[in-house]
Design a protein around this ligand. Structure first.
Ligand SMILES: *Cc1c(COP(=O)(O)O)cnc(C)c1O
Length: 402
């Protein structure tokens, strides 16, 4: 038995069977390459599901975290720390939003966003009982509140009854959103670019229309930027590309580049008249280690002009992927996406998961998404030659499966 086989067999004895893991045991990473226990290397176009924007072992990131670990890990939110202020400052500056609440995950950021919206409406109206409009094929996380606004039935149904007062509309269909508005509607929640659902960017007209609808009826717009935010589309947040500003934004994944951290961030109007002391809290949220990671991420992004790199390199990625589709013998029916968040639509009779598994064998990590899509979320530091190598491996894998 190899070392990997031993670890996998032992892990399967003690871990809850909540995941279908690929049969690989990773032990270290460097740049955009992961290595398994046997020393085999893998080109990573998944980034741990959009988390590792800086790749692996980034020296300035490692140094910032190492320093913080030696200084202070945690004090709770009963007290102030300098890293907490610095991280919140960066997040408000880059988003143009006003106030930050740090969480430990994306789902928790969604939970907080929902509570803030409900509190805003209950303070305004003097009563509770408000509703939220969410989108079909959306994904907002696995906690009960987040699952309640997730538009995929099989994520929700076993856990019903969930949070009530959620109505679903069709993404990119403004009339279907309008049809769900009632006097009780307090918020509309959507991903600026749907991720798990199959990489669907919002249509500019749709997003602008939802914003106008929210303004007209004093409904709060919650944009979930957990996957599409933090530079992935070439802006700090995808909504900045559209010129549409949310009242509340949820962010996580690449926010800490590996340290578990998320946040919900409120615009001035919402911040001033929603959450008050005692309404919400978190033991860990924004602790010095997480906050140091957030600050390091923002400062490295600036120093290395990561957004500029994504903007400059994304057209090359798109061009290469379009060429791959064209030469795939019909296996890849097309491409959707923005920046370094790309989906390849796979022919119906070939499961995208089978391609991802074969790619892993061939030393390339890619993800899948709903609707039989291969999902690419590379580290934001990938170069043109990494993109060339990815296309070469994926092209060979596709040929071998035909
Ligand atoms: C991953 C994801 C979440 C949930 O984040 P967790 O950290 O897994 O809780 C929420 N929304 C979107 C869009 C995501 O991609």
């Amino acid at each position: 038995m190899s070392k990997s086989e031993q670890i996998m067999a032992q892990a399967d004895e003690v871990l809850l069977r909540a995941y279908n893991r690929f049969p690989v045991v990773f032990s270290r990473g460097e740049g955009v390459t992961l290595y398994d226990e046997e020393g085999k290397s893998y080109l990573d176009f998944g980034s741990g599901i959009g988390v590792n924007a800086l790749g692996y072992g980034h020296p300035a990131y490692t140094q910032a975290l190492t320093q913080q670990v030696g200084k202070l890990m945690h004090v709770s939110n009963l007290y102030y720390t300098a890293p907490l202020e610095e991280a919140a400052r960066a997040l408000t500056e880059k988003s143009g939003l006003s106030r930050v609440f740090f969480t430990n995950s994306g789902a928790e950021a969604i939970e907080g966003a929902i509570k803030a919206a409900k509190k805003y409406a209950s303070r305004r109206d003097g009563h509770s009982g408000h509703e939220i409009i969410a989108m079909e094929h959306s994904f907002h996380g696995r906690t009960v509140g987040a699952v309640s606004v997730t538009g995929t039935a099989h994520y929700r149904e076993p856990f019903e009854p969930l949070m009530g007062g959620v109505r679903f509309a069709r993404f990119n269909d403004l009339e279907s959103v309008k049809a769900q508005v009632t006097e009780k509607t307090c918020a509309i929640i959507l991903e600026t670019v749907q991720g798990e659902g199959g990489i669907y960017p919002a249509d500019p007209d749709f997003l602008a229309g939802v914003r106008a609808l929210c303004d007209e009826k004093d409904i709060l717009l919650i944009l979930d930027e957990v996957q599409c935010g933090m530079g992935r589309t070439g802006s700090w947040y995808a909504w900045q590309t559209y010129g549409v500003k949310p009242d509340i934004m949820a962010t996580a994944k690449a926010l800490g580049c590996g340290v578990p951290v998320g946040a919900f961030v409120l615009g001035e109007k919402t911040a001033e008249s929603s959450i008050e002391p005692g309404d919400h809290g978190s033991t860990y949220g924004g602790n010095p280690l997480a906050a140091a990671a957030v600050s390091a991420v923002f400062s490295i992004f600036e120093q290395e002009d990561i957004l500029g790199h994504v903007k400059e390199t994304a057209p090359y990625l798109e061009e290469k992927l379009d060429a791959l589709c064209a030469s795939s013998g019909g296996v890849l029916a097309g491409r959707r996406g923005m920046g370094f968040m790309q989906g390849l639509i796979v022919r119906e009779d070939l499961p995208a998961g089978k391609i991802a598994a074969a790619a892993l064998q061939a030393g390339l990590i890619v993800l899948t998404a709903g609707g039989n899509v291969l999902r690419l979320l590379p580290p934001l530091v990938v170069t043109r030659s990494d993109i060339d190598r990815m296309c070469e491996i994926l092209g060979k894998v596709i040929t071998s499966l035909q």
